[in-house]
Design a protein around this ligand. Structure first.
Ligand code: 9L3
Ligand code: MG
Length: 130
């Protein structure tokens, strides 16, 4: 399964994480926002769509800079997930699914329980953002 995720980074180099809502798989864990590709969709277009659906912000696809990949074998599928860094968006972050969101320093991300696919992305973000 191909899923795309974003590290939205603010002017203070903090990263946005979102808590997966009740009723979803991995509910309660903190993730980099994103989701699955629709059939035939390009990764950057899928991520722009997901960020608008989940957070109400618009990003331009050239503003999405690929940083690294997450790869994790769940019991029933293998998740492959590129992480894109994005520093520019339009609109105010307003979670649309009742999910909590937090801005955190990259080095503090380990304090938040994350899905197994997301946790290995913290290292490259610390390297990038300090
Ligand atoms: N997933 C893991 N980490 C993430 C995201 C966005 C998604 N940062 C996993 C959770 C689900 C699957 O990918 O098993 C699909 O995600 P969603 O469509 O339920 O958000
Ligand atoms: Mg999602």
């Amino acid at each position: 399964m191909l899923v795309v995720a974003a590290a939205l980074v603010d002017a203070d180099n903090r990263v946005l994480i979102a808590q997966r809502p009740e009723g979803k798989q991995l509910a309660g864990l903190w993730e980099f926002p994103g989701g699955k590709l629709d059939p035939g969709e390009r990764p950057e277009d899928a991520l722009a769509r997901e960020l608008e659906e989940e957070l109400g912000v618009r990003v331009c696809t050239p503003c999405l800079a690929p940083l690294t990949f997450a790869s994790h074998a769940y019991d029933d599928f293998h998740l492959l997930m590129p992480l894109y860094v994005c520093r520019k968006w339009e609109g105010i972050i307003s979670p649309t699914e009742g999910q909590a969101v937090k801005w955190a320093r990259a080095r503090d991300l380990r304090n938040y329980p994350m899905p197994p696919a997301d946790a290995p992305l913290i290292g490259p973000l610390i390297d990038l953002l300090g």
